[in-house]
Design a protein around this ligand. Structure first.
Ligand code: ADP
Length: 191
């Protein structure tokens, strides 16, 4: 990736790090920590098909956003795997939450397709709403069992591909790893 795209490695505050930059200002960054704390236009939720809340990052987002989020989610009538739906962010700093449903890992080729769809469709929806900064958790790598080493390249490649295809649209995309290992894998892959 490095040679093809011209990498700029810049240390930013705390654990936020810009990994790839485009001439018109788009950036792909990585960050370690709690996605609910990020000051971005939009955070992505690794939701389940009901969109009615759950554990992991989903639970953390609902707790931080407050009950308004669940109320709005009830009006959405669920979401298919690989698809994405948008709500407001309520008590979060983020104005929007995009809820996407990752695949439950099965080891079949379809998993990778559906996981890539989550990132791609979330970015499409973000652009429709004028989002200029968006943070993703490592979708499907918790309870849904997607091996991190397989999920990280899919996440990073898909996001970067989308950014290249929408070069005229300046956006900062942050891949947020909850733990160090996830961040290290993103960093290794993007370096
Ligand atoms: P899934 O069901 O899609 O696997 P999980 O919430 O179980 O969703 O896990 C997805 C990823 O989100 C995991 O890598 C987990 O470590 C991470 N995660 C959990 N809580 C947070 C949080 N507050 N901020 C960022 N990432 C989180």
């Amino acid at each position: 990736m490095k040679k093809r795209m011209g990498v700029l490695l810049i240390m930013k505050e705390n654990s936020m790090k810009v990994m790839l930059e485009m001439s018109q200002g788009s950036k792909l960054s990585i960050c370690q920590g709690d996605i609910t704390k990020l000051d971005v236009d939009c955070i992505v939720n690794a939701a389940n098909r009901s969109l009615l809340g759950g554990g992991g990052v989903d639970g953390a987002i609902h707790r931080a956003a407050g009950p308004g989020l669940l109320q709005e989610c009830r009006t959405l009538h669920g979401c298919e795997t690989g698809q994405a739906k948008i709500t407001k962010g309520y008590n979060l700093k983020a104005a929007y939450v995009i809820h996407t449903v990752g695949p439950v890992y099965s080891g079949k080729p379809k998993d990778a397709e559906l996981l890539a769809d989550c990132y791609w469709n979330s970015l499409e929806l973000a652009k429709e709403h004028g989002v200029r900064s968006i943070a993703f958790p490592a979708i499907s790598t918790g309870v849904y069992g997607y091996p991190l080493k397989e999920a990280v390249p899919i996440a990073a490649e898909t996001v970067w591909q989308w950014m290249k295809e929408h070069e005229g649209y300046a956006i900062e995309v942050i891949l947020c790893g909850f733990d160090r290992q996830t961040c290290e894998l993103y960093e290794e892959f993007l370096s």
